[in-house]
Ligand binder design. Structure first.
Ligand code: PHE
Length: 483
């Protein structure tokens, strides 16, 4: 269970959650976020854990267990997770590089120039895909060595590693909350974070963003929770565990928000601005990667003698946050191959790693930043949402929610009622279907972030289309182990 918590708590809590909050108007975001947690996050967490535990298998074989012809849904989940690990490991590598830079504050005073021009050496467009950067590639390989070592013995080694990688970033985070709150100007950042803006609730995109963030953050729809639940002892309390993982995760995001918004408030204060002014004048530094690789280094450099210490702790925190999320994705994919093809663990791990590194190479090039952004957007907006929708439909309308509900209730101290069926059959799928439809419409009307259409196709649509096809092929391939 600690591993499941480790998977859920990742960069999504400390980096993605706050910047999505910023994008959607600070306090405006918290209400849809909580609604998404209770209507979709927790119900799907129970679904995935219940399914994995019941079938004692990772996603593809678990879905095969619900009926013929459904295995591909499991492969889809694994496939989306696989695409994510390809770039997640690269970002982990960036953090490793910045960990090293923090010892001499190598980013200097112009963090923007440092990150984009010196570190990423970002090219002007998407075409520069052969210019691999040595330090970034080296860090990517180091990330992968660490990931493979953590899952060397599967659940047994993971179980030990997470005793370190779950509490350590938490301690660092608490340190940053305390430090952040003590900085002058922190209070205006916190006020921005906590003041609800009811007018924003009328905007459908806030709601869609909230659902997307909940899935990403809870590691739902990647086959991770299905695989992890399949490793649980038979006498585990599923409902309890699903609530613990979900609430621990969202509690961490909420806490992470304090560290980030306090720091942003301080940053605005230094520039003599208020939060609105900061967002208007320096959008790059308040959202997206900017926060972690541009704004934090700036603040860290201003901490005097303790600067290197805080820098190192900050990037160590990010790395330990990321690693258990990263290896949960690898574990989900490797477990799928082990379950279906009876593959040996080591072979499965190395196979997944090898292909992911080869695909990840593109993100280590001068154009890598752009491609990373495209694939991240497509996987989060279409991949995850499609898988979550398929999971709801398969369980809701083909397998029967009752089968899962009665199973988890037989294993749990407190039971879930019919409300759960309503969520899985109606509420969640309706919201997800609307969300996909609106997003497809938006993409037909205009390319994502005004990127060239060919890039959108090469980095996004082609993957979105290939995933179900490959999943069906894998489903049809010969099995070595009966379900
Ligand atoms: N939940 C992780 C995070 O918040 C990311 C992740 C997604 C991990 C999918 C595993 C699977 O960063």
């Amino acid at each position: 269970m600690l591993a499941a918590i480790g998977s859920a708590i990742g960069l999504g809590n400390v980096w993605r959650f706050p910047y999505i909050c910023v994008n959607y108007g600070g306090g405006a975001f918290l209400i849809p976020y909580l609604v998404a947690l209770f209507t979709a996050g927790i119900p799907l967490m129970i679904l995935e854990m219940g399914l994995g535990h019941k079938m004692e298998a990772s996603a593809p074989v678990a879905f095969r267990g619900t009926g013929k012809g459904r295995e591909w849904v499991g492969w889809m989940a694994v496939g989306v997770g696989f695409m994510i690990i390809c770039y997640y490991a690269v970002i982990m590598g960036w953090c490793a590089n910045f960990f090293r830079y923090s010892f001499n504050l190598a980013w200097g005073s112009n963090t923007e120039d440092f990150f984009y021009n010196q570190f990423l050496n970002r090219s002007a467009n998407f075409k520069d895909v052969f210019s691999i950067s040595g330090p970034i590639l080296a860090a990517l390989l180091i990330s992968w060595v660490l990931i493979i070592l953590c899952i060397w013995k599967g659940a047994r080694s993971v179980g030990k590693v997470v005793y370190l990688t779950v509490p350590l970033p938490w301690i660092c985070l608490v340190l940053f909350v305390i430090k952040g709150l003590s900085l002058p100007g922190a209070e205006q950042g916190i006020a921005y974070y906590l003041t609800p803006n009811f007018a924003a609730l009328r905007d459908s995109s806030v709601w869609l963003a909230a659902y997307g963030q909940i899935f990403f953050s809870l590691s739902i729809a990647f086959g991770v929770m299905i695989a992890y639940a399949s490793f649980l002892p038979k006498r585990s309390d599923i409902v309890n565990n699903a609530f613990i993982v979900s609430l621990a995760n969202c509690g961490t995001s909420f806490l992470g928000g304090f560290a980030v918004f306090a720091t942003l408030g301080h940053y605005a204060h230094n520039l003599g601005l208020d939060m609105e002014g900061l967002l208007a004048l320096h959008p790059d530094k308040a959202k997206g990667f900017g926060l972690v690789f541009l704004t934090y280094p700036t603040i860290i450099s201003q901490l005097g003698r303790a600067a290197s210490f805080f820098g190192a702790v900050f990037f160590l925190m990010l790395m330990t946050l990321a690693i258990d999320s990263a290896f949960s994705l690898v574990e989900a994919a490797a477990a799928a191959f082990m379950d279906k093809y009876n593959a040996v663990r080591l072979k499965a791990n190395f196979g997944v790693a090898f292909v992911a590194i080869v695909i990840g190479l593109v993100f280590t090039t001068r154009a890598g930043y752009y491609w990373l952004d495209v694939i991240d957007y497509f996987m989060n907006s279409f991949g995850i949402v499609a898988v979550a929708l398929l999971e709801c439909l398969v369980i809701g309308y083909f397998y029967g929610t009752r089968n899962i509900r009665e199973y988890v209730n037989s294993k749990s101290e407190f039971s879930i009622g019919k409300w759960w069926d309503v969520m899985i059959m109606f509420v969640t799928p309706v919201i997800l279907a609307i969300s996909i439809a609106l997003e497809i419409k938006a993409r037909i009307l205009g390319a994502y972030g005004d990127i060239p259409r060919w890039v959108e196709f090469a980095g996004g649509w082609s993957v979105v289309i290939a995933l179900p096809l490959i999943s069906i092929l894998l489903m049809r391939s010969r099995t070595r182990r009966p379900a």
